[in-house]
Every structure is written in C-alpha cells, then in structure tokens.
Design a protein around this ligand. Structure first.
Ligand code: HEC
Length: 124
C-alpha cells in the first residue's frame, strides 16, 4: 500500500520540480499587455467595455490602482460581506494578477472620447 502510493506520487513530484524550474519567478511576476488584456476581457461582461460602465456595477476604469487592488484583494481574502459576485471572481486570480488588473483599469480614461453614447462622467 505504502509502496504503491509512493510510486504514484513520484512522477507528479518530478513534474512539479520541472515546471518549478521553467516557471518565471513568483516574486516579481510580469505580465505582457496581451496577458493582462486577456484577463481583463472577462471583466467587460459586467463592468462594460474597458471597465467604463456607469450604473449598478461600479465603474472601475480610471480609479486609482491602489483602490482597485485593495478592493480586489478584499474580495478575494476578506470575509464575505458587501459582495454579490466579485468574491468568487477574485478567487480565480493570483494576487499578482489582481494587481496587474488594477493597474490595467486604472490606466484607462473613464470617459471614452470616441463614443458619444458613453460620454458621461462616472458616478462616485
Ligand atoms: C458577473 C459580473 C462581474 C464580473 C464578470 C466582474 N465584476 Fe467586478 N463587480 C461586479 C459587481 C456586481 C460589483 C459590486 C460588488 C459585488 O457585488 O460583488 C463589482 C465590483 C468590483 C470592484 C470594486 C469597485 C468598487 O468601487 O468597490 C472592482 C475593483 C472590480 N469589480 C473589478 C473587477 C475585475 C478586475 C474583473 C475581471 C477580473 C471583474 N470585476 C469582473 C460584477 C462583476
């Protein structure tokens, strides 16, 4: 019993070691703009294109990155409270990915100057 368990685990351990060597350092993760854009594309379903939607779902475009990151980390790690859905969404990302998403949306102008339908200031 013991032996068969060890035999089953050994290849998995080997694979983990191999991927550990190949994976980039977790301490300083960097994401390409393509990677962040891919992660951020799912947010548009609720927060509007580029996070600019104004309404029942809070605007995230153009908000300070530190605020967005704090909120995302609270959704992920905090007690369930003032959240309906973001707790479950935030759990799908690493802390580093949430920081990258916060930076992504903070850098977007909340008013899309090219879209007259969306030319309103976000509500606080
Ligand atoms: C299913 C719809 C949905 C999706 C998808 C979604 N959000 Fe949200 N988001 C919400 C809602 C609703 C809230 C308000 C808090 C709550 O009810 O969970 C919110 C709140 C937030 C807030 C806090 C804003 C504030 O003013 O407190 C941030 C930041 C945020 N979302 C970022 C994101 C990011 C980044 C993504 C993509 C990874 C994302 N959201 C995807 C629905 C969504």
């Amino acid at each position: 019993m013991k032996r068969s368990l060890r035999m089953a685990v050994a290849p998995v351990m080997g694979a983990l070691l191999l991927t550990g060597v190949a994976a980039p350092s977790l301490a300083e993760p960097t994401f390409s703009s393509e990677q962040v854009a891919l992660m951020a594309s799912g947010c548009a379903n609720c927060h509007g294109t580029d996070g600019r939607l104004v309404g029942s779902v809070p605007t995230i475009a153009g908000r300070p990155a530190a605020v967005l990151e704090t909120r995302l980390l609270a959704f992920k790690h905090g007690e369930p409270g003032d959240t309906t859905i973001m707790d479950r969404i935030a759990k799908g990302f690493t802390d580093e990915e949430l920081a990258a998403l916060a930076g992504h949306f903070a850098a977007i102008d909340p008013v899309d100057k090219d879209d007259s339908n969306n030319a309103q200031e976000p509500q606080e």
